[in-house]
Design a protein around this ligand. Structure first.
Ligand code: FAD
Length: 497
């Protein structure tokens, strides 16, 4: 309620926020989490909490009147459709040169993501987080994060026999024939559940095309892991459909936090003010960066340092499809949970996931999301005239990603005698180079903050999410975001409380 005081206020309920809430509560601190998205704990009139990728409805997108599917064409035809404006689960946030996809709701990105839970190769870690001791990460915090998140790997024998991974086996065959290292990718999806889906003994989720707008079964999102444990301490409360708009110093070393309550059309119904001893920014790379840049520029937190807003990257995301020969069908039934990849990071700067196209029909397409070593970094800045935060990413800055992804797929195409698909992102467009799923940076560790996420000009303010990571993790990012949050909160609890 307005006027309340809390010991610790956490902005956002994604990976960073969930780690902070659990560990603070376990240390005896009362925590209140503020989340702009919905709770996603109540079924709709169809009996389901989440909608399917094949039938996106009002639940699919955050405050849009038309879907904006990442893969927005099929056979050259646009597939987006009109939907009612609603506080849906997936935000396709548009900046000048890039669309940034993010989860909205209690659980953040864990609600919408593929669950791929990948620890970077140790030899690459120095480039991911140069100021962090790799020994403590690989001995303590990565194992802790993987255990709490419930990470597992597909049973290779089942993988070899199940119809739903035929597309992945085709991906493996093509990778290996071109001499690329093929790797299984761990995931937080419950692999036993998926085997039961294939056997027909449980309600299908991964095998029913559920993913981008939520999974009704099988996926261990943060709601089932960190957030469940945090709530069970009895010290953590959550306010969904509440958006933080300001944090400013108050008397006694506290902070005044301004929060808007939203209804499901996105309208503000109430504005509340609370005070907090400590505030953790866990609104995601984009959410945290936008807040900090605006609060610095508009005078609420003027002493934030000049690194705030800098060092943002897209994790080098780029998508593409290949057209297979008719003797290489990829299967009408495809698990929406990817389980393998092609690792050409050392030689070509690209790690490509073999991704599904769960359309329900045979497409003869192989589809890939590549994570590449794109060196470009963008900056958030306050646009006073328009009263908004802009990001200066340029569309052309994806070219290094395309070049790196081509080190894999040009070679495979030449070996297999195949070509790129040109019908998935438009008409005669090969590369899905207009988007990212993996925003990182904007309040970089040891630059905008100290080496543990403290905003040192303001004791009691912390960043604890993907904004800390300088733009690239060499693999999918959430295990690294979680492990870094575990490291930082342990230090903060030991020394600041
Ligand atoms: P988030 O998880 O983004 O959480 C931030 C939360 O803060 C959100 O819930 C947001 O609604 C809330 N918020 C924002 N602003 C405010 C505000 N002002 N007030 C209140 N609340 C606010 N990563 C992987 O590792 N593996 C994958 O397989 C994978 N697949 C992905 C697929 C898709 C479609 C997408 C979109 C992402 C995927 N990712 C994947 C990326 C991963 O989900 C993110 O890196 C991760 O969620 C970021 O964690 P975070 O804690 O930084 O923030």
């Amino acid at each position: 309620p307005s006027g309340a005081h809390v010991a610790a206020l956490v902005i956002g309920t994604g990976y960073g926020g969930a780690v902070a809430a659990l560990r603070l509560a376990q240390a005896g601190v009362d925590v209140h989490m503020v989340e702009m998205g919905m709770a996603w704990d109540t079924p709709g009139s169809d009996g389901k909490i989440f909608c399917n990728t094949r039938e996106p409805d009002y639940r699919s997108y955050w405050l849009r009147t038309r879907t904006k599917a990442p893969l927005n064409y099929f056979l050259g035809f646009p597939i987006d459709r009109d939907i009612p404006r609603y506080t849906g689960i997936l935000d396709a946030e548009e900046f000048g040169g890039i669309t940034v996809y993010q989860g909205r709701g209690v659980g953040g990105g864990s609600l919408v993501n593929g669950g791929m839970a990948v620890t970077p190769r140790r030899e690459n870690f120095g480039a991911v987080l140069p100021s962090v001791n790799p020994d403590e990460m690989y001995n303590v915090y990565y194992p802790r994060a993987n255990a709490e998140l419930g990470v597992g790997t597909v049973d290779p024998a089942w993988f070899d026999s199940t119809a739903c991974y035929q597309y992945a086996r085709v991906g493996r065959k093509h990778a290996q024939r071109s001499n690329f290292p093929f790797v299984f990718v761990p995931d937080v999806y419950d692999w036993d559940y998926m085997e039961q889906e294939a056997a027909g003994t449980v309600t299908k989720s991964a095998l029913a095309g559920e993913i981008l707008y939520g999974n009704n079964h099988g996926k261990k999102s943060l709601q089932q892991t960190y957030l469940a444990r945090a709530r069970s301490t009895g010290r953590v409360s959550v306010s969904p459909l509440h958006r933080v708009t300001s944090v400013a110093p108050a008397s006694g070393g506290r902070y005044t936090v301004t929060v808007e309550q939203l209804n499901t059309t996105g309208a503000v119904t109430t504005v509340k003010t609370v005070t907090a001893d400590r505030v953790f920014f866990a609104a995601g790379s984009v959410g945290t960066s936008k807040l900090l840049v605006r609060l610095k520029a508009t005078g609420a937190l003027p002493n934030l340092n000049g690194e705030v807003g800098r060092g943002w990257g897209d994790n080098g995301n780029v998508m593409c499809g290949r057209a297979n020969h008719l003797w290489d069908p990829t299967g009408a039934l495809q698990s929406s949970i990817p389980c393998c990849g092609i690792d050409n990071w050392a030689a070509g700067g690209a790690f490509a996931e073999v991704a599904p196209l769960p359309t329900g029909i045979e497409t003869y397409a192989s589809f890939y999301l590549s994570i590449t070593n794109n060196p470009n970094r963008a900056q958030f800045s306050w646009n006073a005239a328009a009263s908004r935060v802009d990001l200066n990413w340029q569309a052309a800055w994806k070219q290094p990603s395309i070049t790196m992804a081509k080190t894999i797929f040009d070679k495979i195409n030449s070996k297999e005698g195949t070509i790129y698909r040109t019908d998935l992102f438009g008409t005669y467009k090969i590369w899905g180079d207009h988007l990212t799923y993996h925003p990182l940076g904007g309040a970089v560790l040891n630059k905008a903050t100290d080496n543990y996420g403290r905003l040192t000009a303001y004791p009691g303010l912390y960043v604890i999410d993907g904004a800390l990571i300088p733009g690239n993790t060499t693999v999918n990012p959430f295990v690294t975001i979680t492990a870094l949050a575990e490291r930082n909160i342990e230090k903060i609890i030991a020394t600041d409380l």
